[in-house]
Design a protein around this ligand. Sequence first.
Ligand SMILES: [Zn+2]
Ligand SMILES: [Zn+2]
Length: 321
Amino acid sequence: MQIFDYQVPIPEVGFNANVYLIKLENSESILVDAGPNAPQALDALEATLKKAEVSWDSIRHILVTHGHYDHYSFAAQIVERSGARVWVHPADRHKLTNASDNPFFVNQEAVFPFLEKLGVQKAKIANLIEEVITSERGYKPLSESCISFLSQGTDLRFPGLTIKVIHTPGHTPGSCCFQLVENGAVFTGDTLLTQVTPNPVFDIYGEERDLSLVRLQESMTKIRRLRASRAYPGHGKPILEIDRAIDGQFSRMGKRCEQVLQILGTKRLDTFSIANELFPSGGRYHTWLALSETLGHLGWLRIQKRVRIRRNAGIVYWEVQ
Ligand SMILES: [Zn+2]
Ligand SMILES: [Zn+2]
């Protein structure tokens, strides 16, 4: 078994996404993520196939770490040429297929009450949703028939290689890590990164929507327990000191919590107001991430009983406890 990696620039973002090609002993290959649907994606994959001395037909499986466009949106083209199966956790399926349960495409009304609760003014909500849709549109959806589902603890067995699936929600509800049993290496997607803190992107479903950061922390602890030999992240270089990387993330999250508490002071504020103070230069699509980051830290503080919620006229307000 051999691992080859390549990077694809993410359009309009200014950094790269990693794609990994695992060549099996029978010369079949597996991709971990497919990268963004960028102009460079095809050349980068072809160069890697050449380097690995395998053909398009050798690509039998694409394991998707999570349903963000920078990790899956080139998958449809790869499937067309290779017939590969795409594996994703069911909780992120709708992101790949634009399925009918993706409210951004079919029922935006469902998103309104949630954003209003966060304190986003009605007039701004339509813009915010449009930004999310624009960023997700334009990616060729995958057909349901080429998708298989990943589940926690499953062993995927290939010639000479077993891959353990670890469900690590937090960054997205369906984020997964993949550990190679033979050498202990783990592919972490965006659940463990070193250059940036993974964003606990909130889900608009479910009851405890402020707990995505808490879930992300639990997932990082899961990764720590794997005692992996190295981590291959979705962005940036391989991580050799995994414990240190995780400690670094926890310390960054702790610092941000202190910032949130400072902003709150003795005031009672809604989530959107806190997000605007925490990220004063927030662009438009960035607003969604700023809201996620803020809500995630507030949820963690709530669990620690350092902040509490007060509701008024349908809006959730936060205050120091
Ligand atoms: Zn991501
Ligand atoms: Zn990413």
